[in-house]
Design a protein around this ligand. Structure first.
Ligand code: HEM
Length: 408
């Protein structure tokens, strides 16, 4: 990734500027959720949030929206292609030449040999076409206030021409679309579970949200900047990321010239790791270290509050750490704040209500066991492969009143 050139697109200030784009997609999401109130249909939260995140990633990257959120089943083709890429990760990492061979095959042949690989290749081709189109149309964007990432990179003075080739940029684009879709969808999906399953947490969150949005009319107008100052909301997001682990697979780092010294003061031992040695650790073990996160399987946002909470930040690796830390961290917080705040100001759970919500969200066919990690496919795989499902019910006049001014 060309991080230096990409950084301006990932600052907190830039995320705030993007709020109208996020809100436009969030309005559609909220409206879709409310439409399920009239049915008895169970909603697949991962598919819904993947459609939402993927739409946003395309807007950010290319200024183009594919409106997956508006499709009846939240068109999960792109999400499935990214998951397929992630699922082949262990094989490709250990036999890299196999990946190179497969990538030279015609798409139709690869699809027959391995359908997941076929869908990954289709996604690659589609992304390449988008970058090529961005290159052809880049002058159309140069005067606009918000320039999408890849139009901006093609114009960037920080990148030499060889770094702007369609081939090179399409690798970054595919990486960005995947990185922003899968983790974001998983975090938002699991937040639905944790909120409904933990009435005490939801009660505290709803009390805090009411201070920023006293009436339902404030919901779609609340600035991200106001939500940034709500400590409990931030704590809920941190706790959710801790328990989805970010990427469950270890991220390896190598110091090319210096030895690494690791000291275990408790055990009084010291290890010297020679230069050029790969060192990695999974977030799953770190996030379940009971010394730092007691009752680590329990969803407890309070652990992130106060002085104790500040000290814990050091042990949170859901976004990675160091020079390769998640580039989209500010986006992830901005989007999560908006989604979490608006959904839970508008909806009650079966056990927690402030009395003025438009309806109730209940879990469907989803238990604590279902949201526990079962395997590592770069991102975590869970006991229930379809993920969290919920139903939306009740509503009546309040729903009609709320959406009367909605753009959808
Ligand atoms: C809650 C949501 C998210 C989580 C938990 C998450 C987590 C992560 C993690 C663990 C890494 C690897 C860091 C490392 O190697 O140390 C990463 C990398 C990355 N993430 Fe995120 N991410 C999230 C959302 C996003 C979003 C919304 C975007 C884009 C807007 C994004 C873009 C990236 C990129 C581009 C990288 C690669 C950085 C590099 O290799 O230099 N992420 N993310």
């Amino acid at each position: 990734m060309r991080r230096a050139a990409l950084l301006p697109y990932f600052s907190t200030a830039y995320v705030r500027k993007l709020q109208p784009d996020f809100q436009e997609r969030l309005d559609v999401l909220l409206k879709r959720m409310s439409n399920f109130m009239d049915t008895d249909e169970a909603v697949n939260a991962n598919c819904m949030f993947a459609a939402f995140s993927n739409d946003i990633m395309h807007i950010l990257s290319f200024g183009e929206c594919f409106h997956k959120l508006e499709t009846p089943n939240f068109d999960s083709v792109e999400r499935d292609a990214s998951l397929s890429g992630a699922q082949s990760f262990h094989v490709m990492k250990r036999i890299p030449w196999f990946n190179n061979v497969m990538m030279t095959l015609p798409e139709a042949v690869a699809s027959r040999l391995s359908p997941p690989l076929g869908s990954y290749m289709r996604q690659k081709r589609k992304t390449r076409n988008q970058v090529a189109q961005a290159a052809a149309l880049k002058d159309e964007w140069s005067e606009r206030e918000i320039v999408p990432i890849f139009q901006g990179l093609l114009d960037s003075s920080k990148l030499p021409p060889e770094e702007k080739s369609v081939e090179r940029l399409s690798q970054d684009a595919q990486m960005l679309l995947m990185a922003g879709t899968l983790t974001m969808a998983s975090t938002l999906e699991h937040m639905v579970y944790w909120m409904v399953d933990n009435p005490d947490v939801l009660r505290k969150l709803k009390e805090e949200l009411r201070t920023a949005m006293p009436s339902l009319d404030d919901v779609r107008r609340v600035p991200i900047a106001s939500l940034e100052s709500l400590p409990y909301l931030t704590a809920v997001i941190k706790e959710s990321v801790r328990l989805i682990y970010g990427n469950s697979t270890p991220h390896f780092r190598v110091d090319p010239s210096q030895p690494l010294v690791y000291e275990d003061k408790k055990a009084g031992r010291k290890w010297v790791i020679p230069p050029k040695t790969s060192v990695g650790m999974t977030s799953v073990l770190l996030h379940h270290n009971e010394d730092n996160f007691p009752n680590s399987y329990i969803f407890d946002p309070d652990r992130w509050l106060g002085e104790g909470g500040k000290k814990l930040d050091k042990y949170m690796v859901g976004f990675g750490k160091g020079s390769r830390i998640c580039l989209g961290l500010n986006q992830a917080y901005g989007i999560s704040r908006l989604v979490l705040a608006q959904i839970w100001r508008l909806w009650a759970s079966p056990e927690v209500s402030t009395g003025d919500e438009i309806g109730v969200l209940s879990l469907y066919n989803t238990s604590f066991h279902d949201v526990q990690m079962k395997g590592d496919f770069f991102v975590a795989a869970y006991n229930k492969p379809q993920g969290v499902e919920f139903k939306a019910s009740l509503g009546g006049d309040r729903k009609e009143n709320f959406f009367v001014s909605s753009p959808q």
